[in-house]
Design a binder for this molecule. Structure first.
Ligand SMILES: NC(=O)c1ccc[n+]([C@@H]2O[C@H](COP(=O)([O-])OP(=O)(O)OC[C@H]3O[C@@H](n4cnc5c(N)ncnc54)[C@H](OP(=O)(O)O)[C@@H]3O)[C@@H](O)[C@H]2O)c1
Length: 181
């Protein structure tokens, strides 16, 4: 992949973000906290890594970033989005800014366990040039005890979804819902 952007890649997704840093030519990682972003640096980075301090609730700043990164680094191949519902405009803005890109791109949409997939798909008009891939986070049941996913399991699930270009991924299980931790 030539050009990728990761929103929300410094927390539970840090493992997946580090993998992407090693496998893309140019990558921008978005977060508010500069210190957390800087933890992603490593000595063996192959890619051109850009750490961007940005609040994705700031619609104008988000639009500006999208336009500027496309203008400077060319068309986008991949957007990984772990964006909380406190920013309802963020995903529509990202999709809108990429609607007219001729180049095909992939949108990997990561969602928490209780996310209603059917409603979100109905809400988001996915552009024709976009391959939409969703990754829903579930939970695990081991020896009849349920627990939430570890950061490693979450990151590995996201890596697998990107690597195998899966349209739909559930990390762990979602049912029976009554068994969730
Ligand atoms: N089913 C499951 O197992 C499941 C599902 C969901 C969550 N969880 C757990 O819940 C924990 C908490 O989840 P979390 O999403 O709060 O933590 P997280 O993934 O550890 O952190 C959220 C990420 O989004 C970024 N972010 C948040 N608000 C932002 C904003 N307004 N603008 C730009 N970037 C923003 C954060 O960076 P900045 O803070 O620097 O902005 C960070 O990179 C996770 O660590 C995970 O273990 C589990």
């Amino acid at each position: 992949m030539k050009h990728a952007i990761v929103f929300g890649g410094t927390g539970m997704l840090a493992g997946a973000t580090k993998w992407l840093i090693e496998t893309t030519d140019h990558i921008s990682i978005i977060g508010r906290n500069k210190h957390k972003l800087e933890q992603l640096y490593s000595d063996h980075d192959n890619s051109d890594l850009r750490l961007v301090t940005l609040d994705y609730k700031d619609n104008e700043a988000l639009r500006h970033f999208m336009r500027q990164t496309i203008q400077t680094y060319g068309p986008i191949d991949l957007v990984v989005s772990w964006i909380h519902s406190v920013a309802p405009d963020a995903i529509p803005i990202i999709l809108d800014e990429l609607t007219h890109q001729e180049h095909q791109w992939r949108f990997v949409h990561i969602k928490g366990s209780s996310h209603d997939l059917s409603s979100i798909l109905a809400e988001i008009p996915v552009p024709r040039n976009c391959r939409y891939c969703d990754v829903q986070l579930g939970f695990k049941v081991e020896a009849n005890v349920s627990r939430w996913l570890t950061h490693k399991e979450i990151s590995n699930g996201v890596i697998s979804a990107i690597h195998y270009d899966k349209k739909k991924t559930v990390v762990g299980i979602l049912y029976p819902w009554s068994k969730r931790p």
